[in-house]
Write a protein that binds this ligand. Structure first.
Ligand code: TXA
Ligand code: MG
Length: 323
């Protein structure tokens, strides 16, 4: 079972033990502002192999690599001017850039053999650890493959606690939804995964953006996170619901009337989309554990972080309904 350190009270010891574990090729669950990541030294092939094994992740699905700033990023990948502008504007933050890989010491499995690499400079201790390690850190979300990303340490422990050596508990992730993944191709900005930085925010910096639509088959995958059946709770999910049906749980948005006896959570009483993103995964987990026949989700507007929330909900509906 994992050793767990609370960063509020055991920060120094927790970070020191985590650093040592990373150096020794072990796995550490590390909080970021988006979701908890399952971290390993990106230059150690054995450690990276352990990530895939712990998650049950298919080997064709490459990992996001975390750096402590532009210097480490530019030693790892080649930046075009637009990607550089985005990094300067949004890092540290919830933006991941897919860039041509430089010939360096990153383990092959990290990029699943692609000639590109997904890089992010996150907020918080993940970046500090990369700096102290002196190497980039590979870290997908710290959940079993295909399941909801963890936004609190207890969810990491419940899901993959037996497969990870150390968990750093820094409380709930502030953003609560995974990073936005962007790839610049021939000067055009493609959003491969909508996420914690909204499309509007990116467009404000670079002008026009192009949204990648989910592929119909794995053969076309640019970012396997684009697969529709992803981020799934066990319970079925029904979207754009106004009122729960018998035996359903309710995921509400905005003020709504009380439904007696219905397990419910409210993403944001005041219809604040940032608050809703922050609450999304934890509330899906709570409702998933209520033994309801289905989770009915009220409509969420599509602007700002609403686009990422609706994206994850659509995948949750698809995944759970297929399972
Ligand atoms: O917020 C986040 O992004 C979190 C935290 C821990 O940083 N990480 C995360 O990682 O969500 P993961 O592995 O769950 O999602 C990574 C996504 C996958 O959809 C993967 O296919 C895509 O990034 N990806 C990684 N490398 C890629 C590449 N070279 N080209 C295209 N997509 C890539
Ligand atoms: Mg994930």
């Amino acid at each position: 079972m994992a050793r767990i350190f609370k960063l509020t009270t055991e920060r120094e010891e927790g970070l020191a033990v985590a650093l040592k574990a990373l150096q020794q090729g072990e796995l550490v669950a590390v909080p970021t502002e988006t979701v908890y990541g399952l971290a390993a030294d990106a230059t150690q092939a054995d450690a990276v192999a352990r990530i895939y094994k712990a998650k049950g992740r298919p080997s064709f699905n490459p990992l996001i690599v975390h750096v402590d700033g532009l210097e480490m990023a530019q030693a790892t990948a080649v930046f075009d001017p637009i990607s550089l502008k985005l990094a300067n504007h949004f890092w540290p933050g919830s933006l991941t850039l897919v860039l041509p890989l430089r010939n360096n010491s990153i383990a092959n499995a990290v990029t699943a053999g692609l000639d590109t690499i997904a890089l992010r400079h996150p907020k918080g201790v993940m970046a500090d650890l990369a700096g102290d390690l002196g190497n980039p850190i590979a870290a997908p979300s710290a959940n079993s493959s295909g399941r909801i990303s963890p936004t609190i340490a207890a969810h990491v422990e419940a899901d993959i606690g037996k497969k990870v050596d150390i968990i750093l508990n820094d409380g709930p992730c502030t953003v609560g939804i995974e990073s936005t993944i962007v790839k610049v191709v021939e000067g055009k900005v493609h959003v491969l995964r909508v996420g914690g930085i909204s499309n509007e925010e990116i467009a404000a910096i670079v002008g026009e953006i192009h949204l990648l639509t989910p592929p119909e088959s794995e053969a076309k995958i640019e970012a396997p996170g684009m697969l529709l059946a992803h981020y799934a709770p066990r319970t079925k999910v029904r979207l754009d619901a106004q009122t729960p049906k018998p035996n359903e749980a309710l995921l509400a948005f905005g003020e709504t009337k009380e439904f007696a006896g219905v397990p419910s959570c409210n993403l944001s009483l005041t219809k604040n989309l940032d608050e809703a993103a922050h609450n999304l995964f934890a509330m899906l987990k709570i409702l998933d554990d209520t033994n309801s026949s289905c989770i009915a989700v009220q409509p969420i507007p599509h602007h700002g972080l609403g686009a990422a929330i609706n994206d994850r909900l659509k995948r949750a509906a698809q995944g759970a309904n297929q399972a």
